[in-house]
Design a protein around this ligand. Sequence first.
Ligand code: ZN
Length: 264
Amino acid sequence: MNINNNLEVPIHKVQRFEDFFRLFPERPSFYKYQNRIIETITTKRNDLIIDYEDLLAFDCQIAYMLRNDPESLLEDAVKAFKNILKFLGGKLIDRDYFVRISTRDRESLLKVSLKDISSSYLSKLIVSEGKVIDKKAPEIRLEIGYFQCLFCLTEFEIFQHSLRVERPKFCINPRCKNKTASSFRPLSKKSYYYDYQFLTIQEGKKKIKTVLTHDLVDKVNVGDVIEVTGIFTTDFEYSKTAKRNNAFKGIIVVNNINILNNPS
Ligand SMILES: [Zn+2]
């Protein structure tokens, strides 16, 4: 095997985000994101907001990857955020941490007008503007369900992927033969939940549904004009009816919100 033929250089994405957080200078010897992370430690926050243009200037390869595969790259960014937070002497106090993407540039690569959103943007990171025309009541969703087998008392978790709660089909204890769906007890106190809310925004005649989770829930009101950063996807996982039809609606899973004007 000729190793020299292998031109694929692995990209250490978490490390590249760490470098960005540690070394991006706002001005000489002033490290913008290191300072922001120190701030999150002192204010006990769990989120870090980054400007997309900063990342683009510092590491355009990672910035493009973030735009094209945000689901995976945001996970890497969160790992890097937690690593730097610990490196700077902070303690992880929350279960969930977030890296939220903002943009200052009116001409940003990420900007898409609602009327131009189409299937070519699926799974991409986008920034769109609109007026909030509908806000549903917040819900609480199960993220990880804990269950106990009533035969052998083994406890285990099931990660929840969809709207319908997934319950155990069999016991994970290899010596237990329990396969009776009704003989597993949900352990509510040990399970993980998160806040969840649908919001509809409109620009011109085009409306689009968005999904807010965690701390973003109830951050805006009907009538607000907002800019959302999010991942454009189909409503497959977010609608009770979508799974039966091969006809989906687009939906934005929101990563960050900026309120552009806030009429009182
Ligand atoms: Zn069992």
